[in-house]
Design a protein around this ligand. Sequence first.
Ligand SMILES: C[S@@+](CC[C@H](N)C(=O)[O-])C[C@H]1O[C@@H](n2cnc3c(N)ncnc32)[C@H](O)[C@@H]1O
Length: 273
Amino acid sequence: MNEALASLLHAMPELPPGHVWLAGAGPGDPGLLTLHALSALGQADVLVHDALVDPRILALATGAELLFAGKRGGRPSADQADIAATLVKLARAGRKVLRLKGGDPYVFGRGGEEALALAEAGIPFRVIPGITAGIGGLAAALIPATQRGVNQAVVFATGHGADDGDVAGGVDWAALARLGQPVVLYMAITHIAEIVRSFLAAGMPAETPAAVVSQATTPSQRVLISTLAALPADFAAAPLGTPALIVIGNIVKMRAHLLALLPDLEQVPWRGA
Ligand SMILES: C[S@@+](CC[C@H](N)C(=O)[O-])C[C@H]1O[C@@H](n2cnc3c(N)ncnc32)[C@H](O)[C@@H]1O
């Protein structure tokens, strides 16, 4: 490690006993960890992590006991209240607790609920942001989240609604369609057909470019390019693994433009070993 990097890491805040740090691990590739997260991994004596965190990242926590508290759609998952209670208990026992989540802890990661539970229990905590899948995963698929002249906003939405216990209820798909701006959907794969139907019914053009980006930033990354109307059938014909994002909007076109110019581009950052 060069000296400048070593001194940067050395000057990072200390994780004290009895504190909890809620950190994001990024969308998959360990190279997308922040230096703060790296520093925390080296300091924690217990690491409470979810299912989307790469084992190579977990391996960086050499001095930590590993506790799995994952949640995966459709599978039995750890109860959110239990996870929060575990964090509180570990902190009260004087542990140096790192809670590591995929992407960013505050983006569809229930990090806000954990932060509230810690604050209510009087446990000091810090949040270390991570690169969310909707930003990092899109970039890895050669799709810019915003592009001058193409979009003026980008919407991040969850495909899960009231069925996931979301107190805010389901998404108003018609309202999103009327915005005329790209929509990036997390946790939406199982609802792909209903979501597309809702967008079409709300008047979103059938030819709107659409993509599914699966396992973004990992060597297994795959990208399906389609249109809004054809997306469910194209996805059914070539089912991609999870986790996956759905992207709907004109920003998707950029990928084909870039690949037409530089066909090898996609393989550069995320190739396997
Ligand atoms: C529970 S949410 C967690 C999101 C996370 N906190 C973030 O900021 O990226 C899980 C969803 O994120 C998306 N996701 C996470 N990692 C991904 C990846 N590497 N590739 C594609 N989608 C991903 C998928 O839509 C998945 O269903």
